[in-house]
Design a protein around this ligand. Sequence first.
Ligand code: NAD
Length: 286
Amino acid sequence: MAQIIDGKAIAARIREEVKAGVEELRRQGKTVTLAVIQVGEDPASCVYVRNKEKACRELSIHSLIYRPSESIPEGELLALVEELNGRTDVDGILVQLPLPAHISEKKVLMAIDPSKDVDGFHPYNAGALACGEPGFVPCTPAGIIQLLKRSGISISGKECVVIGRSNIVGKPVAQLLLRENGTVTIAHSKTENLKEVASRAEILVAATGKAEMITREYVRPGAAVIDVGIHRDEHNRLRGDVNFADVFDVAGAITPVPGGVGPMTIAMLMQNCLEGARRSFSEKPL
Ligand code: NAD
């Protein structure tokens, strides 16, 4: 039977630590400030932005929420990003995705000053991560490393297999595992003999976007299994990329869905805001 990795509890501890850091900066005269831009009224984006706003409030982070209409011209959105780049009181800028079809996501993400890119999606920050330089690390991958470390699962020297190679999850989590001295394999939709590759892993990260695809045949006995997936089933229940019931008695440790990786993403976003504010306060920008 696997140890269940409690993402909710670990995220709560990180939020407490961030709150203490935010309050310490406030005592020194600096208010940590996050600017969030949500274009239009996509229902999922409304929920995500509301959750971010709530987390900011709980941690005493000042949030500026911009909600331009769906029809905002690309140039105006870029001008808003530029304005926020120039504001010394703003430490982090986040543009909620997806954007409407007439706006280039790439152009908008590239316009964010890398030293305020708290999502860590700018190519500058992706490059910094690859080169081992300081920068912002994407929140979900950073959260996965915290889940492992704070559950007493060492990464150094371990066989790690990441299934998925997206820029926001698969690639950065692989880079982070490498930085922690894991021996890392990235598998993806074109990988041959996936079950065989996956079952080499002492740490297996599933980020395929395919509901409950990972069954016990993919899992080495005793492995730590990190499930990044989020899906709603026909009963509106949350499911992961891992078939939890099937894998539970093979794995050594496993993250549940919900309550595993999910809560870590916002916690690490808050941590990135604090880090950005600390850097700008000590005048050590990237
Ligand atoms: P994506 O669709 O961009 O990438 C999926 C990756 O999985 C691709 O690289 C693809 O090569 C690989 N893949 C797809 N089918 C496969 C198969 N059959 N075998 C092997 N590899 C396969 O997805 P993403 O943005 O990286 O997200 C992955 C999952 O994580 C999704 O379920 C998403 O909802 C979830 N997610 C969760 C959080 C969170 O906060 N918990 C954050 C981001 C993403």
